[in-house]
Design a protein around this ligand. Structure first.
Ligand code: GNR
Ligand code: NI
Length: 179
């Protein structure tokens, strides 16, 4: 089932998610809904809080559109190490639609987690996977990628999305906004 996405400036996005206690069929159903919602968007990653569920659960699929799907379910992830080198990626977020900005993060990370069978795993990631994992793990801590850009840019984005939310609540058609 495709679930509605939580959009900035909804304070739900600032919640700190709690650990998953049990990897059971209910959790796998939730992960399947997240994957369906992510593929529909489309996006390459999704944290549970983005559909309003404050659990430390995320899904990722970096497979290209014309390639077979590679769904990954990641439970209770912890960054246990990162490399010294940094890399810059242009990031976007399904909770901040159509806004993109460059973010610098460690280029490599080691993440300990559980998989969809509750089995302990260690992921050594670089490139887009390293960036995506850090972006998603930020969500579990109530952190958004705009927290890693300048305050000026962040304030601009937040203001724009506040206005969009106000317009929507008032059932006005949002016009194109000057930023
Ligand atoms: O779909 C997404 N693309 C993306 C691009 C660069 C860096 C991170 C991401 S994650 C994002 C989906 C999302 O909002 N996940 O939380
Ligand atoms: Ni995001």
């Amino acid at each position: 089932m495709i679930r509605p996405l939580v959009i900035l400036p909804d304070p739900v996005l600032r919640q700190v998610s709690r650990p998953v206690e049990r990897v059971d069929d209910d959790l796998r159903r939730l992960a399947d809904d997240m994957l369906e919602t992510m593929y529909d968007a489309p996006g390459i990653g999704l944290a549970a809080i983005q559909i309003g569920v404050p659990l430390r659960l995320l899904v990722i699929d970096l497979a290209k559109e014309d390639q077979p799907k590679e769904p990954q379910v990641i439970v209770n992830p912890q960054i246990v190490a990162h490399g010294d080198a940094a890399s810059v990626y242009e990031e976007g977020c399904l909770s901040i639609p159509e806004y993109y900005a460059e973010v610098e993060r460690p280029a490599t990370v080691t993440v300990a987690c559980l998989d969809r069978d509750g089995k302990e795993r260690t992921i050594e990631a670089d490139g887009l996977m390293a960036t995506c994992l850090q972006h998603e793990i930020d969500h579990l801590n109530g952190v958004l990628f705009i927290d890693h850009i300048s305050k000026l840019k962040r304030d601009m984005v937040v203001r724009k999305f506040r206005k969009l939310a106000r317009d929507k609540a008032a059932d006005r058609t949002p016009g194109r906004l000057a930023v």
